[in-house]
Design a protein around this ligand. Structure first.
Ligand code: CA
Length: 727
């Protein structure tokens, strides 16, 4: 039993009694709260590396993003089991203020839940009752939403000492006093204020340093990871994942080494990419920090690095010294990435018996479709096998550790269906590893796309930097054959896989419905928890995959569940809020779902009796014929690629929204007269709709409008309808 456990509960209850009146007031007036934090007479025990490393002896807590540094996301709690799961019911829920994507993993320490919502807001709640203790709003400017490739999400906080750490969408790292949410320190993590970086990832704290990367490879940035001293915010070290311009001098010998694997002027043409926007793991014995590195920028290898080259450390797992950030080894999953095949996916550390020896391994199922087992001491590949169907490669050569590519996969002429596509066979949704079953569980995705090259040399703060035709990637274009359309649109679905990492093969799989299933949690009760887009939160038998329990939660779930214990009762928590990466852009494939999006914390326990409110009534709304003036055929043709360059990432391919952000086809009559003010001048920028006047001319904005009117007319003629909130 955790020695802090009882002590912590006593402390926090004392603190709560003092805090409640002040903190409740603070939640009403956030301005006042940050200026005048409520004083506390007693602080809970400090969060330390020892406490995080001893996670298994304090299974009631969840102190770090993946529960422990190995990031296994397995809870040793077993009050809730495969034999009593039918009694699991809602203990409490809490509604967050913004109805956008929620990807956070809540942390639990000393009876308090610390978590984040859309726009990087931080919440501290009584983990037993759901009572809000405090909330903190970093006030991210709305227009930053326009440079976030993948929604205004945040994956959660880190804990250390007496602080909570959040990294904000606009690139700040902030330490808050965990007792009252007041700011302890704040640093700018971005290396300049011109490049369109964002942060969505959860920090980790390793040996007293807060580790944070960033995102933005879709927009044209250079990736790096920084460590800040947890107590002070002082920079400890920084590790660049791709080289800069050699003429400006390399930061270190590693940069010189990796620059040998690049050609052309990558520093001018996309800046390399390689952002580390999500996954880290730490081995305290080896003193190695593992960094999952993302895709290239531009996506198209031929334009990014014209004479070829592997382009280190794109799509790689990189091990660095945890104290200094110095390079130790790397394993590159996709040399010369050209498909957005990141290796930022969840990495899990474990000890496995392989061929009679105990191996310290790191495991990853990156976007490219292969499951990798790598020796985490040396970086040597132990095994690789594809966990989903793939067309881009046949296998990984066990001698060289390199994929053997399909020669057509890089053709870029739009004739080859690449499987998986940029969505990936698995993306950020966390996996879980159960030492009880010996399986890794993968929230996998089936998808496919065609890559047709475009040649943009101008850099833009939009997803239009990729040098592929986005109208092909993110939609089902009219000009495709019926067979191709079916192959692409029906392919997009979720698959839940139990994987044996020793045999490196599948044990069981369940077809999971529409893209995507949520992140995962496994427990010692032989349970595996997952939510989905259809608003179900389910528990499966971890050994067989049988579905044992299911609740309708009236909203999509993408975040990973956790489990914790208070006063002998086990809780299972998950955050709800449909959104994130491809959710916004893929409306044409996903269709309109049958509920109003909510952003909510859901917490379950045995015999929980709380009830979710019924969602508001929905009524069918036909897509009306637009009454605004139609543009010319020339305008429509000009507007289509512009729309996919600037607008589709949020409003959906083919101007078809998945329902979170306005479907412009249904709104075009209402917004037509304000079109220039909204699109060019940023009249709605506080909502996250940027001004596009630096990117488009007024005439081009009119062409985009003509394209939207055209799609509205086509949709009307097809008899399209959606479910909308009753008036
Ligand atoms: Ca990407």
């Amino acid at each position: 039993m955790n020695p802090y456990r009882k002590l912590g509960t006593a402390f926090i209850l004392g603190a709560l009694a003092i805090c409640l009146s002040a903190c409740q007031k603070a939640s009403v007036n956030k301005e006042m709260q940050s200026e005048a934090p409520a004083p506390l007479s007693a602080a809970p025990p400090l969060i330390t590396g020892e406490r995080i490393m001893a996670a298994d002896s304090a299974p009631g807590e969840w102190l770090s993003h993946g529960r422990d540094y190995a990031e296994q996301r397995f809870s040793p709690l077993k009050s809730v089991t495969d034999t009593n799961i039918e009694k699991l019911g809602l203990a409490w829920y809490y509604d967050l203020p913004h109805r956008r994507g929620v990807e956070a993993t809540p942390l639990i320490a000393d009876g308090v839940m610390y978590t984040t919502g859309p726009w990087s807001l931080v919440f501290a709640l009584n983990a037993k009752t759901g009572e809000l203790l405090w909330q903190y709003d970093p006030k991210v400017p709305g227009e930053v939403g326009g440079v976030a490739c993948c929604d205004v999400v945040n994956r959660g906080v880190a804990l250390w000492g007496n602080n909570v750490y959040v990294a904000t969408l606009d690139g700040r790292l902030i330490a808050l006093d965990r007792n009252n949410g007041s700011v302890v320190w704040e640093v700018e993590t971005l290396i300049n204020d011109t490049d369109p970086y964002t942060i969505t990832g959860a920090p980790r704290v390793v040996k007293g340093n807060v580790i944070i990367g960033n995102g933005g490879a879709e927009m044209g940035v250079r990736g790096y990871v920084t460590a800040y001293v947890a107590d002070t915010g002082e920079k400890a070290w920084r590790f660049f994942t791709v080289p800069g311009n050699p003429a400006e001098g390399f930061e270190d010998d590693t940069q010189k080494m990796i620059a040998e694997t690049w050609t052309g002027e990558w520093w001018n043409n996309g800046k390399g990419g390689g952002t580390a926007w999500d996954s880290f793991a730490f081995d305290p014995e080896l003193n190695l920090l593992y960094i999952g590195v993302g895709n290239g920028s531009t996506w198209n290898h031929k334009l990014r690095s014209p004479e070829g080259g592997d382009n280190l450390f794109l799509a790689s797992i990189v091990a660095v010294n945890a104290d200094t950030g110095e390079y130790v080894w790397h394993y590159q999953t996709t040399p010369g990435d050209t498909w957005d095949f990141t290796a930022t996916q969840h990495m899990i550390l474990a000890e496995l018996e392989i061929d009679g020896a105990t191996r310290k391994v790191i495991m990853q199922a990156p976007k490219n479709g292969f499951f990798y087992v790598v020796d985490r001491v040396t970086g040597e590949l132990i095994s690789a096998n594809n966990y989903m169907p793939i067309t881009w490669a046949t296998h990984v050569d066990p001698e060289t550790g390199r994929p053997v590519e399909n020669p057509r996969a890089r053709s870029g002429d739009g004739s080859f269906v690449v499987v998986p596509a940029s969505v990936g066979a698995h993306t950020w949704h966390p996996m879980t590893y159960s030492a009880d079953t010996g399986y890794v569980y993968i929230p996998a995705l089936a998808n496919a796309a065609m890559y047709r090259e475009e040649h943009h040399t101008e850099r833009r703060k939009t997803v239009g930097n990729l040098n592929y035709d986005m109208s092909l990637l993110f939609s089902v274009p009219d000009e495709l054959s019926v067979t191709q359309r079916n192959e692409l649109s029906q392919g997009l679905r979720a698959v839940l896989i139990a994987w044996d990492p020793i045999a490196n093969q599948e044990v069981w799989r369940r077809e999971g419905g529409l893209y995507s299933g949520s992140g995962l949690l496994s427990t010692a009760g032989n349970l595996l928890f997952q939510g989905n887009l259809e608003g179900e939160f389910s528990a499966y038998a971890a050994d067989t995959g049988d579905r044992l329990w299911n609740q309708q939660v009236y909203g999509g779930v993408i975040a990973a569940p956790i489990s914790y214990e208070i006063e002998g009762e086990q809780y299972v928590a998950v955050m709800q809020g449909w959104g994130g990466d491809s959710a916004l852009v893929l409306g044409v494939m996903l269709g309109q779902h049958n509920f109003v999006n909510t952003s909510r914390i859901l917490v379950y326990k045995l015999d929980g009796k709380a009830q979710l409110p019924m969602p508001p009534d929905r009524v069918e709304q036909m897509l009306a014929a637009p009454t605004v003036e139609k543009g010319s055929a020339k305008q429509v043709a000009e507007g289509r690629p512009l729309f996919h360059l600037y607008c589709a990432a949020c409003h959906g391919g083919n101007a078809t929204s998945s329902g979170m952000l306005p479907d412009l086809r249904y709104r075009i009559d209402a917004v037509a007269s304000a079109w220039q003010a909204i699109v060019m001048d940023g009249a709605l920028k506080t909502n996250g709709m940027p001004a596009w006047k630096d990117y488009m001319t007024s005439e081009e904005a009119e062409a985009v409008k003509a394209y939207v009117v055209h799609e509205a007319q086509l949709g009307h003629e097809r008899g399209e309808k959606r479910l909308a909130q009753a008036p």
